[in-house]
Design a protein around this ligand. Structure first.
Ligand code: SAM
Length: 220
């Protein structure tokens, strides 16, 4: 079994490569990645692979996304301290931890699979993250108690943009969401809610996510 020092060293190399290649663009995202290495959010049998730039399995047949994908979404979200953020699809809790490091305040994240709610909570505790609140439930309905949000980041692929998520954005707020087919592929959309309530959508190209299952997503 490799030491944690070695896992960190490998992770630092991955982060520096993503930075050199321009996928991580900002110092803030670079620092957040360095603070929360991906190995802290996968099962021990995958520690050896946590620095590899590919998705990895997490319990319940789900995945933790590839580091480059997480970096692309975080850079698109342009997170700033103080922003109120909702994540849909907690999975391992890794992306939520990175978001929390960027906004320096409470983050709300919804997960539909109870086993993953527990998995994420354990990972967050081990990583020492206190400001991420994992909420069990269907994230396609958003999380009205804390709405409206500056940013909503969806980490599963939807058939269409769920209406409740647009409703729960602040004017000027932004939704980052993969939209497309059930398995392969989706388009990564950046949906901005303009001050008059209308939306402007920009397509950032092809991605592959597990399906977003719920009332305003795919039917399970
Ligand atoms: N963001 C995660 C991380 O950092 O590990 C990776 C997310 S994984 C690619 C997608 C997650 O979305 C899965 O855990 C899946 O159970 C969850 N999911 C799918 N549909 C959902 C829904 N309607 N509400 C909440 N979570 C959902």
């Amino acid at each position: 079994m490799v030491s944690e020092d070695e896992l960190r060293r490998r992770w630092e190399k991955t982060v520096e490569r993503l930075f050199r290649e321009g996928i991580i663009k900002s110092e803030a995202v670079r620092r957040a990645f360095l603070k929360y290495p991906r190995y802290l959010f996968v099962q021990r049998r995958y520690w050896d692979y946590a620095h590899v730039d590919e998705p990895l399995p997490i319990p319940a047949g789900q995945t933790i996304s590839a580091p480059h994908m997480v970096a692309i979404m975080l850079e698109l979200a342009e997170l700033k301290p103080g922003m109120k953020v909702l994540e849909v699809g907690t999975g391992s809790g890794w992306n939520a931890s990175l978001i929390a490091e960027l906004v320096k305040t409470d983050v709300y994240t919804i997960e539909r699979i109870p086993e993953l709610v527990e998995f994420a909570r354990r990972n967050l505790e081990r990583a020492g993250v206190e400001s991420v609140h994992v909420i069990p439930g269907d994230g396609t309905k958003g999380f009205p108690p804390k709405a409206p949000y500056d940013r909503i980041i969806v980490t599963a692929g939807a058939p269409k943009v769920p209406e409740p998520l647009v409703e729960q954005l602040k004017p000027g707020g932004k939704l980052i969401i993969p939209v497309g087919s059930y398995h392969l592929w989706q388009d990564l959309l950046e949906v901005v809610k303009l001050p008059d309530g209308s939306i402007k959508t920009k397509n950032h190209g092809g991605v592959a996510f597990v399906p977003l299952i719920g009332e305003h997503g795919w039917r399970g």
